[in-house]
Design a protein around this ligand. Sequence first.
Ligand code: TXA
Ligand code: MG
Length: 311
Amino acid sequence: MHQKNIEEAKKRLFSGELVIFPTETVYGIGGNANNHKSIELIYKTKNRPINNPLICHFANIREIEKNFVLKDKDYELANTFWPGPLTLILEKNKQSLISPLLSNNKNHVGCRIPNNEISLSLLSILDFPIAAPSANIATRTSITSIKDLDNKLKEIFYIDGGSSVLGLESTVVQTSKNGCKILRLGSLTIEDIKIKFPKYEISIEQSNVSPGNQLKHYSPIKPIRINVDFVKKNEALLNFGINELTSDIKSLNLSIEENLSDASYNFYNYLNILDSINCSGIAVAPIPDQGLGKTINDRLRRASYKDEQNI
Ligand code: TXA
Ligand code: MG
């Protein structure tokens, strides 16, 4: 059913254009990773600072091996979690054709194999990888369905693959001697890694090595207050579980059953809905700080940065 759109996307990517496509995490806005001009266009279209590197998407590990040097631990994680929401920071080899602009001239590049039929079919008919950040304007929220696409991106060719099944971005990971460092929390949780690799030492890198960690990021337009125990007049409510919180404007519940996978799935979609209604701001209920809740809280902290100071 998507075959015609996949062929059209291929044509456009070959000619240097961008395309918006679904992945299991969030939608991506992609270009030919080997084409300097396409990469330039991604940065310009998203209004993204050039020092925030892009993720490169591949159809399979053989294609990754053509461009990168993988160490033992990289293979362990890759073989366990790909295709899936893992982005591994890998070192380019001498043969790599990937545009240096994609990683701000650095030799280390974030790579992933998405677990989505449409993106995998598209990648498998190209002879280059797709560079793709999330399909949003810089500092705004990622999108998990085409209806949430920013007006400024609506002219770009897109493939509609329905709602992203996971709903939060990939986890950015760099392996180390004894384990790995998490550079950006995401859909693959620390617990997921620990279950498969109990001996790994896992640290969360708090610095801004991953520039997506910049403080004001992943934000809606309306002010947002997190961990609330009351809702102000005219505020909308993003709730979680069963509690006393109510809004006189509108409430949406990420998961009444307190299921964090459901909450992740609903997260950006609900934020976008509340952002678009007539309210003074969005109040968010406390979310448990474990598993996917850690990632949701990370996004909420960045989304509420600055706004918190206006309480
Ligand atoms: O799920 C995802 O990761 C989505 C889909 C489309 O694959 N992509 C995505 O890309 O979220 P983007 O550009 O919005 O976020 C990429 C994150 C940023 O935080 C960036 O700083 C980090 O990955 N990153 C990319 N390359 C890096 C590198 N070489 N070193 C450190 N961090 C890197
Ligand atoms: Mg992004």
